[in-house]
Structures are given as structure tokens and as C-alpha cells.
Design a protein around this ligand. Structure first.
Ligand code: HEC
Length: 153
């Protein structure tokens, strides 16, 4: 039983990796240069974060924001209200730290994919990009605590 679960997880991960690699390859040409120096307010911050969510960050491959296609990976509508900034940051950069579902054989495997560390290849978001995507997640139902000056550090 345990072996079967491990095999399934490995297979799922491989497929997912392939999908990510393909998406990264196709997406790179369309990447526009993001001008963080010009961001002076919350609206710009969230707008860039949204672009990254649906583009370079590939978040929308796995996550929904309410509406259609829910239930694959956690739906992030209202995530800004439920999750702290620290938790979101850790989820993005060190997902293994908190994710138990994929590692604990006693728990049924619930998701078809794994949350990747999005600051590592193949996604490889930079620190300012991470901050804008966090602001976007926070904007779904929560208070934005990222401020534009942080992008310039
Ligand atoms: C390959 C699929 C995949 C991609 C790409 C992905 N995620 Fe995830 N994400 C997951 C899965 C699966 C979980 C749930 C992990 C668990 O709890 O076991 C998760 C969890 C999360 C959580 C915590 C949700 C909660 O309710 O606890 C947040 C926030 C999140 N992801 C944001 C992002 C953002 C932002 C991006 C893009 C930069 C992203 N994810 C890219 C699959 C993905």
C-alpha cells in the first residue's frame, strides 16, 4: 500500500515537472520586463502580482480563484483572509516545511500535484516578484501588508 502511494506520488510529480518545464519554455518569450522601480502604490503591486500569478509564476496551472475548475489544488479565493504573510512566503519558498499531505503516508493523498518552491528553477521568481505575488494573494480577501518600497531594497 505504502509502495503504491509512493509510486503514484512519483509519477504525479514527474508529469507535473514536465508540464512546468513546457510551460516555462513557452512562457519565456512572452515575459515582459517588469519595472519594479515604477511601482508606487498598492494597485500596481497587485497588478504585477496578478500577471506573475497567471504568467511566469505558473500558479494558475494548479490554483483556482473561485469559479471554474475548483478542487484540484487549494482554491486561493479568500486566501488573503485565511493566511498570514509569513505563511504565504514560507509556502512559496519552502513548501516542504509545512506540507504534510504528500509526505505522511497515514494521510490520504489529496492533491494531484505538489506545491513547488517557486523561487527555484524552473519557475525561479525573484524576491520582488515573490513580494508582488504575495500582495496579489493577500488582495484576495485580505489586507495587503507588502509595501512598494520593499521592492526597491
Ligand atoms: C504544480 C502545482 C502548483 C503550482 C505551480 C503552485 N502551487 Fe501553490 N500549492 C499547490 C499544492 C498542491 C498546495 C497544497 C499543499 C498541501 O497543503 O499539501 C499548494 C499550496 C499553496 C498555498 C497554501 C494554500 C492554503 O490554503 O494553505 C498557497 C498560498 C499557494 N500554494 C500559492 C501559490 C502561488 C502564489 C503559486 C505561484 C507563484 C503557486 N502556489 C504555484 C500546488 C501548486
Amino acid at each position: 500500500m505504502l509502495r503504491r502511494v509512493q509510486l503514484q506520488i512519483r509519477r504525479g510529480f514527474g508529469l507535473c515537472f514536465l508540464a512546468l518545464a513546457l510551460a516555462a519554455g513557452c512562457g519565456s518569450k512572452a515575459d515582459e520586463k517588469l519595472e519594479f522601480g515604477a511601482v508606487s502604490n498598492e494597485r500596481d503591486l497587485v497588478e504585477i502580482g496578478e500577471k506573475i500569478f497567471f504568467g511566469k509564476g505558473q500558479c494558475a496551472l494548479c490554483h483556482t480563484l473561485g469559479g471554474e475548475g475548483r478542487g484540484k489544488c487549494p482554491d486561493l479565493e479568500g486566501a488573503g483572509e485565511r493566511l498570514t504573510r509569513e505563511f504565504i512566503y514560507e509556502t512559496l519558498t519552502e513548501p516542504d516545511k509545512y506540507i504534510r499531505l504528500d509526505f505522511d503516508p497515514a494521510e490520504p493523498k489529496k492533491y494531484p500535484a505538489r506545491m513547488p518552491a517557486v523561487d527555484q528553477p524552473p519557475i525561479g521568481l525573484t524576491e520582488p516578484e515573490l513580494l508582488t505575488v504575495i500582495a496579489f494573494v493577500q488582495s484576495r480577501g485580505g489586507k495587503i501588508t507588502v509595501s512598494p518600497v520593499e521592492l526597491k531594497r
